[in-house]
Design a protein around this ligand. Structure first.
Ligand code: F6R
Length: 612
């Protein structure tokens, strides 16, 4: 939550900072701001406004900022409403130091009271402002980095910050503690950013700061130290993402582009993770040995939101193929309930961003109990990947749309492959079945493409249903999590109340909701629970609910109950979530567009939930 970009070099800072902010807007979009250092006046010049980065861009067109040193910010507000005063950057009393911050300062109230007593003037309601006044307090006869070091020693909470000072305009300082921050390595220029996409135009060489590290950048030097000042060995990494992956590529929205990327994401995954010469799954950074996996007695998945839904599907897949008990927990629940995990437990922590605060806390809790941690993650070098014992990267490329789509497919794909891998070790699959499963997986990208070609039909259904005031999504067995995911997609981007339910639970309450004003999406592909779904659909039909069925090609029976059928290709039930979710993503997308909502940046949300 919140995006930071910083620049020091010979070039004009403004366009680089602005471009970076646009790429980080998925992290928050309540307000945006920028400050640069103007050598002629020896001053810090600031522009900030409530609203999205494009509002800041318009202001900068009228009132550009010059200078070759600057920091900028796009905000997801925690403390203080999203107005101009609360927007970052924040300045100290003398307008000498500027700061941008991502995270939460938990003890800010105590610090603020103390600083006010010491005559510091506060103008915002933010927690961030205490940091810049603390730096000011310590910035007497010492360097900026020394003052920052003293200031952060007083802070409790999580923070990534960028700091500049007009007293030392040859320095750009970045600090990481609980929120992500990376250094971009350039030639005669260096950068700070919350995430890789911000820097893709400028450099592919990055250093992922570790927890409790500080970077002091000048245009031709990078120094990284621990908070106590001990130099740290730097290990730059070359990122493989390219600029085009962070652009819309002709699509109207990132979400639509990312929905359409799913067949390629799956295909790449299969090419990378299945040996060419034999039907074996392999993972290059697993770092958990076959012996360790063999010794595992149970598996717990921890995740939030869409990743949690992938985890719920994972339970069906892993239990079916590996014959091992799997529990799935919301990270935010797991972390506070003294969970029963131990050294015999494998924790699978699923997260697109690898920065979700609750999932990181759940992992830390499990580590204390000596469980092995396997991260399933999309973002290279993210906190989760560094704290886990082993990692399986989902390699879906940057996901910019706030609503997760291709990352979900990638997470599911990893879970299928991981289940085959573990089943192999536990000898719960015979070779022919394994070959059959791998061959079926390889057919899925083509089947997904078929659905994507049919978007027009789904758009027409969206046209007929976008006015409904609420939706119910029903599914059974492995498509129960698909129903949850369908409901989440719709509610988060169209703001229509939508609930996902296990269809078998319908008579235990939700059936009371059914009338002619209720749209009910029923996930009903051919499967062993198909007839049960048909019974549910009949019950909804007789209560005049408006059914949208997702059914297998050739299913004529379902037509008797509703004229709104989205046909999907037939596939083995176990793999059906990779297919059934696509029409629901498209439906949510089309309804959101029809209702004029902001598809890629829905209100109140941020992609990376780095605070509790
Ligand atoms: C929904 C969505 C969120 C995330 C959740 C976890 O479309 O994107 O529910 O899935 O915030 O985020 P990660 O996967 O980054 O841990």
């Amino acid at each position: 939550m919140c995006g930071i970009v910083g620049y020091i070099g010979d070039k004009l800072a403004q366009p680089i900072l602005l471009n970076g902010l646009k790429r980080l807007e998925y992290r928050g979009y309540d307000s945006a701001g920028m400050v640069t250092y103007l050598p002629v006046k020896n001053s810090l010049s600031i522009r900030k406004l409530p609203g999205k980065v494009r509002v800041l861009e318009a202001l900068l067109k009228k009132k550009p900022l010059s200078g070759n040193l600057g920091i900028s910010h796009t905000r997801w507000s925690t403390h203080g409403e999203p107005n101009q005063v609360n927007a970052h950057p924040h300045l100290d009393c003398k307008n000498e130091i500027a700061i941008v911050h991502n995270g939460i300062i938990e003890n800010y109230a105590v610090l603020k009271a103390q600083l006010i007593k010491e005559k510091h003037k506060f103008i915002s309601q933010t927690d961030t402002e205490v940091i810049v006044h603390l730096i000011e307090k310590f910035y007497k006869d010492c360097s900026l980095e020394n003052a920052v070091r003293q200031a952060i020693s007083k802070l409790e909470g999580s923070f990534a910050i960028g700091v500049i000072s007009r007293r030392e305009p040859d320095k750009l300082i970045g600090v990481r503690c609980g929120s992500p921050l990376i250094v971009g390595v350039g030639k005669d220029e260096n950068f700070l950013a919350s995430d890789v996409p911000a820097l893709l135009d400028a450099t592919k060489e990055v250093i992922f700061l570790e927890e409790n590290e500080m970077a002091v950048l000048s245009k031709d030097k990078i120094e990284i130290t621990s908070f106590s000042g001990v130099p740290v060995k730097m290990s730059p990494v070359t990122v493989s993402w390219d600029v085009s992956q962070a652009q819309k590529g002709g699509f109207t929205h990132f979400m639509l582009k990312e929905i359409n990327e799913q067949p390629a994401v799956l295909e790449n995954m299969l090419n990378q993770r299945i040996l060419k010469d034999r039907p074996e799954v392999f993972f290059d950074q697993l770092k958990i040995s076959r012996e360790e996996i063999f010794a595992v007695k149970n598996i717990t998945v921890v995740a939030c939101g869409t990743a949690y839904h992938a985890g719920l599907c994972g339970k069906y897949i892993l239990e079916e193929l590996c014959k091992i008990s799997v529990s799935v927990d919301l990270s935010s629940e797991f972390r506070y309930r003294n969970p029963l995990v131990d050294k015999d437990t494998l924790i699978i922590a699923i997260s697109q961003s690898g920065e979700t605060a609750d999932t990181l806390a759940a992992v830390r809790e499990a580590k204390k109990k000596e469980a092995k941690i396997l991260a399933v993650c999309n973002v290279l070098g993210s906190s989760l990947t560094r704290e886990a014992d082993g990692v399986i990267y989902t390699n879906a490329g940057p996901e910019i749309g706030v609503a997760s789509t291709k990352a979900y497919t990638a997470q599911l794909s990893v879970l299928y492959l991981l289940a085959i891998y573990i089943a192999d070790i536990r000898k719960t699959l015979d070779t022919n079945t394994k070959i059959g499963l791998i061959n079926t997986l390889k057919t899925i990208p083509r089947l997904q493409e078929k659905i994507l070609k049919n978007q027009k039909e789904i758009t027409a259904i969206a046209q007929r249903h976008h006015h409904f005031g609420s939706f119910l999504f029903l599914g059974r067995h492995i498509n129960f999590p698909s129903a949850l995911e369908g409901a989440l997609k719709l509610k988060e981007i169209s703001y229509i109340p939508a609930e996902g339910y296990a269809a078998g639970e319908m008579k235990h309450g939700p059936i009371a909701l059914i009338d002619e004003y209720r749209a009910v999406v029923c996930v009903a592909p051919h499967s062993k629970v198909y007839e049960k779904m048909i019974s549910n659909i009949q019950e909804i039909h007789s209560r005049r609910g408006k059914i949208i069925a997702i059914a297998s090609e050739g299913d004529e029976k379902i037509k008797e109950l509703t004229r709104e059928v989205i046909y999907i290709p037939q596939v083995d039930e176990l793999f059906s979530p990779l297919i059934t979710v696509l029409p629901m993503q498209l439906l949510a997308y089309d309804i959101s567009v029809k209702r004029g909502c902001d598809v890629d940046q829905p209100r109140n949300l941020a992609k990376s939930v780095t605070v509790e």
